[in-house]
Design a protein around this ligand. Structure first.
Ligand SMILES: Nc1ncnc2c1ncn2[C@@H]1O[C@H](COP(=O)(O)OP(=O)(O)OP(=O)(O)O)[C@@H](O)[C@H]1O
Length: 242
């Protein structure tokens, strides 16, 4: 994954702010196809993301979730179709490969990424993230000396440090211990209050079942479902795969 800063990026040739989105959406894929050589990762897929939503993007391995996120974040372009984003929309992300400055501490990394923001949140936000993500014990350790779980938490912190409107998280709880999981889940729930949106990509629907406001299921690059989650999301997902 490129080590670039994409919040507020609208420079991608396939990202446009001329929208055909519905009024309550401010981030969308429109007729997006993505191919890697002979492999079709996504096929003519359209999908909207709305403010104030905890949105689950669920699908089996290889279904196209990471590809979809990479396009929303502006890291890769659609082969055809386009990404629409309202001009003021900011996007933060945490993907499977962490990005940080290895020789800097956790706190220094967060401070540097905070400085990349056009309108940086107050320093107190950094302290809030250290506490809520259970990063405090590692705050003064070099990033390249962290355990896997702390690396994951640091990457979550980097995704959140600019307090983006859209937070794209790929398997955010992988490698994270049980206590931290509960804290982070609760923190993400609160983050969606108001107009901020968390989009979680996972194949572990159970880990987020009770949080979801919206469910999108992608299978083999096709949209299998996009709508309200049922009370028993785990069963709903299972039947969608059958
Ligand atoms: N850089 C690439 N080059 C070639 N093929 C790729 C590349 N990235 C993804 N693919 C292919 O695109 C398809 C979708 O992959 P993607 O990583 O988006 O799925 P995913 O849903 O995130 O999977 P997982 O849950 O296993 O992380 C797969 O067939 C994958 O092999």
């Amino acid at each position: 994954m490129p080590d670039s800063d994409t919040t507020n990026t609208n420079t991608d040739a396939n990202t446009t702010t001329t929208t055909t989105m519905t009024d309550d959406a401010d981030l969308a894929l429109v007729d997006v196809t993505k191919r890697y050589g002979e492999t079709t990762a996504l096929e003519t897929l359209s999908l909207e993301f709305r403010p104030g939503t905890f949105h689950g993007l669920i699908g089996p391995n290889g279904s196209g979730k990471t590809t979809l996120f990479a396009m929303l974040a502006g890291l890769t372009r659609p082969t055809s179709g386009r990404i629409e984003r309202s001009s003021a929309t900011t996007v933060g992300y945490s993907f499977q490969e962490p990005r940080f400055y290895p020789s800097l501490t956790v706190r220094e990394n967060l401070e540097i990424f905070r400085g990349f923001a056009d309108d940086p949140p107050p320093a107190s936000w950094l302290e809030t993230l250290l506490e809520e993500l259970r990063l405090e014990p590692a705050a003064d350790r070099r990033a390249d000396e962290l355990s896997g779980g702390f690396r994951k938490k640091l990457d979550l912190g980097l995704a959140l440090i600019k307090r983006p409107q859209y937070l794209l998280l790929d398997e955010p709880l992988a490698d994270v211990d049980d206590y931290s999981r509960r804290r982070i889940r609760a923190f993400l729930d609160d983050y969606c209050e108001g107009d901020r949106t968390v989009v979680v990509s996972t194949h572990n629907v159970a880990a987020f079942a009770d949080a979801l406001d919206r469910l999108t299921v992608v299978v083999d690059g096709d949209l299998r479902y996009d709508g309200a989650p049922e009370d028993d999301v785990v069963s709903q997902y299972r039947s969608l795969l059958e």
